[in-house]
Design a protein around this ligand. Structure first.
Ligand code: PLP
Length: 451
């Protein structure tokens, strides 16, 4: 740093202990303080694959999948887990999910294509989205996806037409907007009446949609879907959403003789991004969701539906660590210290888009208590490109490695080539082995689509 550093008031615990809940399950520090994930030293990974680097811990992904299936099937036999591919998708990840018994929620032909390339059984796929095109619906029907989650009237009419042409029955669920406030960021709240997603319930559009769908000769309506928003650090909105949708299901049974067989409470299960805000365990969600469904079905005399959950961020978020190198530092007296790294908003748009908060760690000093405060800035040409504001860190030299934990979800998935940055490499680590699952982009890749 150029002059006097900003002294930190942070507690002096070792970062490896302090960040235990945000780092992957296999995270450890050597005696010298170098972070390792899946038995691989981040120094070695940076040397071999360069930075910025996205490191995914296979063990954490598998353990998370197992706890979801154990917790939900323990309380709701017949339940299924569909990973929300929008959080991050690759063939390598798909192979793990298939082995762990997960299905998938996709929202585009692109996600469908990659899911199938990774070996996902189309029957285990639900196709979502409020803007599915004719081409995408044809693609989904051609592949034989298990369910299409119909979002609106226009899609219903189009799907009716396409299934009549094929004379083949397609299972669908109707996505309903229940009018429940999930109390999360405005840009990630989706269950309110004024939402672009789903058939609004209070206005009667959900009922009209169901009646139309029941009249379509080749549509089999298995049930209803809601997704309230994300991340939901409180489990209460699920109970509210389920009670609302069960009232609706009971009315539809009474008025139209329709009985649901399946129900999805969507995704939105939270992730611990910072040490001071812990996400509920999978079992807390399972308990709340199971209780709410049992209560509602008992009180209305409804059959218990099979439940399909759709967690995304909570499946892969903790497994992922973004690794950067320091490229420059600046001390502004009586103001702030900046540490600029070799990535930023092109690989992690979340802080700029949602004011998302993260922890940052000096990845080679995991046993050194932080002594100062510095803001980790990205390298992109926007003032808003700040990854972590006022992080507690030890002094960092040029070239030092900075790790940002809880980076596995909605980062690579939302990446861009802004400033024509090269998209980072991705490695999957396990038992001391690192497998490159996506190579870093090259300068020639930037010209590959240009004519
Ligand atoms: C319909 C639907 N299901 C599931 C998810 C996954 O949410 P999360 O990644 O927070 O679990 C989303 C996220 O936008 C969604 O729109």
């Amino acid at each position: 740093m150029s002059t006097e550093p900003t002294e930190s008031t942070a507690p002096s615990a070792q970062p490896i202990a302090q960040l235990r809940d945000v780092l992957p399950l296999t995270a450890a520090a050597s005696a010298e303080g170098v972070l390792s994930i899946g038995g691989c030293s981040v120094q070695d990974l940076a040397r071999e694959f360069g930075t910025p680097l996205y490191i995914y811990d296979e063990h954490t992904i598998r353990e998370t999948c197992r706890s979801y299936l154990r917790d939900f099937r323990g309380r709701l036999p017949g339940s299924r887990a569909h990973y929300a591919a929008k959080a991050w998708l690759s063939p390598a990840l798909t192979r793990i999910l298939v082995a762990e018994g997960f299905g998938m929620d996709v929202v585009s032909s692109g996600e469908l294509h990659v899911a199938l390339a990774g070996g996902m059984d189309p029957e285990q796929i639900g196709f979502h989205g409020n803007g599915k095109t004719r081409e995408e619906l044809n693609h989904a029907l051609d592949c034989g996806v298990g369910r299409i989650i119909v979002d609106n009237d226009d899609e219903l009419a189009l799907l009716d037409e396409l299934t009549r042409t094929r004379a083949r029955t397609q299972r669908i669920m109707l996505r309903i907007t229940p009018g429940v406030d999930a109390r999360t960021h405005a840009k990630t709240t989706t269950g309110l009446r004024d939402s672009k997603f789903g058939f609004p319930l209070p206005s009667g559009q959900a009922e009209a949609g169901l009646v139309r769908a029941l009249e379509a000769p080749f549509l089999d309506v298995t049930g209803f879907h809601i997704h309230l928003g994300s991340p939901l650090f409180s489990v209460e909105p699920y109970a509210e959403g389920i009670a609302t949708i069960a009232d609706f299901a009971a009315e539809m049974k009474e008025r139209h003789g329709y009985e649901w067989r399946e129900f999805s409470p969507g995704g939105g299960m939270a992730l611990t991004y910072t040490a001071d805000r812990t996400a509920p365990e999978a079992d807390r969600y399972a308990l709340q969701i199971a209780d709410a469904i049992h209560t509602a079905c008992d009180s209305h005399g409804l059959p218990m539906p099979d439940v399909h959950i759709e967690p995304g961020r909570s499946v892969v978020g903790r497994a992922g660590v973004a690794l950067y190198s320091v490229v420059s530092r600046k001390h502004i007296p009586e103001t702030r210290d900046y540490v600029t790294v070799d990535g930023g908003m092109a690989d992690n748009i979340r802080p700029a888009m949602y004011e998302s908060q993260y922890e940052a760690a000096a990845a080679e000093q995991m046993r050194t208590a932080p002594t100062r405060t510095a803001t980790i800035a990205g390298k992109f040409c926007e003032s808003g490109d700040v990854l972590v504001r006022d992080a507690s860190l030890p002094p960092l030299e040029i070239g030092a490695l900075v790790a940002i934990p809880a980076s596995g979800a909605y980062q690579i998935a939302m990446e861009s080539n802004y400033n024509l940055a090269l998209r980072p490499a991705i490695v999957m680590v396990r038992d001391g082995h690192a497998q490159l699952v996506r190579r870093r982009q090259t300068l020639d890749d930037l010209l590959a689509l240009e004519l």
